[in-house]
Design a protein around this ligand. Sequence first.
Ligand SMILES: NC(=O)C1=CN([C@@H]2O[C@H](COP(=O)(O)OP(=O)(O)OC[C@H]3O[C@@H](n4cnc5c(N)ncnc54)[C@H](O)[C@@H]3O)[C@@H](O)[C@H]2O)[C@H](O)CC1
Ligand SMILES: [K+]
Length: 511
Amino acid sequence: MLRVLTAAQMRQAEQAAEQRHGMPSALLMENAGRGLAEVARSLAGPSGRFVVVCGPGNNGGDGLVAARFLLEGGARVSVTLVGDPAKLTPESQRNLEALKGFGGTVRPLESLEAPGSGDVVVDALFGTGLSRAPAGAFAEAISAIHRWRQAGAKVVAADVPSGLQSDSGEAFSPCVEADATVAFGFLKPGQVLEPGASLCGRVRRVDIGMGGASAREVSGPALFVVEESDARATLPVRKPDSHKGTYGHVLVVAGSRGKTGAAALVAKAALRTGAGLVTVATRSDALEAVQAHSAEIMGIPLEAAGPLGMEDLEALLAAAEGKDALVMGPGISRGPGTGTLIGELLARLEIPAVLDADALNAVAGDLSVLRRAKAPVVLTPHPGEMARLTGKSTREVQAHRMEVVSRVASETGATVVLKGDRTLTAHADGRVFINTTGNPGMATGGSGDVLSGICGALLAQGFVPPEAVWTAVFAHGLAGDLAAARRGQLGLVAGDLIEQGLCELWVRWGR
Ligand SMILES: NC(=O)C1=CN([C@@H]2O[C@H](COP(=O)(O)OP(=O)(O)OC[C@H]3O[C@@H](n4cnc5c(N)ncnc54)[C@H](O)[C@@H]3O)[C@@H](O)[C@H]2O)[C@H](O)CC1
Ligand SMILES: [K+]
């Protein structure tokens, strides 16, 4: 699990490192510059030359330190300083003097010999201090870096590609496109959220001596990137003396005439994620079609007619007897009473519940019903469903993904998954987990049903939120990547995630 810090948190952590852990910012910068030089060196050709483009702040200071290390290592190094030298931060000023002391020189950008193939450009214009679109000489420097990269030079960004907003991953125009980005100390949201993640190229995190303690002392959102080892560790190897009862029983309330496939996808995903038993409760006229998808799916007919409502309450409470988790929503027939029904079920059942698709739309009008839940609740909206849950537009949701998902989690007490590129999992305690698996091939009908089935199966096996949820999200995305590796992205269908992806994933994880 990698901690991700915002720019403000980085500054807090730097202060903590200096004031309480004896790590002066000069030493942090020295360590940052050394790490930057090492990564730059690793990308250079045998006789590669280095061009270091420095800005007015401490990001520029990192570049000046890197230039000195490269120079000391015998490399050919050109350094240019963009902006008013009088405005250099004290740390950068000191490192400018140090560079000159080692025989380094600083020249105007336009006087530099353009780097090309085998050479490396170090982008140290702006880092976490960028506050507006680069303009004037800064924009010209970024354009030069683009030209040099097109001519074959490799670009290494110090901390973040200049022009990228490190907190959101949104890019100003112009923005550097890097082959590699050296993350100092901790990852920033902009390095793992799109389009920032793509603009960064390969992110290499470099320890600069801040230590984990300084990250624990910051205020604000606790952001993490889930790593494969974290998700794999959530799922232990099965014990020999176990039986199907050991692995839980999932109740799936899903499907309706014409939408039986959704229920089957949830159920099959749950079975392929190790649930001991799976039962689908759905309208009688849909149940046969659902069960026809897989011999392993058990069924309970809901005899009432029409959309799900309070007349189904007793049947669903009875169906939930002996079950270990509930997944509700995909393909259900939603009506005016469905939201009330969900509220009653959550208030009466003592098993964790995953609400997806039309179950989310059913409670969109009154999220307070979620507070009545006795057991953990997981919401798995895509951006459109999140828009309906929050009364915002989809565009607003996408522009403020982190804030929106965190707020809904804290308001409802639920663990909330905001699906999309880099799916976010927000827990009621303020932690947000960023997912980096998955691919556009998964943008296909039923993919979300599969995620809710995976999540329901983990909850039924006793894993709890948020671990069970970010593990489900990670596994869902990696299953999609494994399936796409075999079958391509274009033709990928939800069933592939189950039959191809999940099976390959468990073999890969030795489970
Ligand atoms: N926080 C840490 O633990 C460490 C940070 N290091 C490096 O420092 C930068 C952050 O440095 P900072 O001085 O805060 O800002 P920048 O260098 O990113 O930006 C330069 C400076 O420029 C001004 N500015 C902002 N936007 C614009 C613009 N569009 N045009 C012109 N000028 C602009 C603003 O005043 C900024 O302050 C961090 O990324 C690391 O690289 C340490 O070296 C290591 C520890
Ligand atoms: K930079």
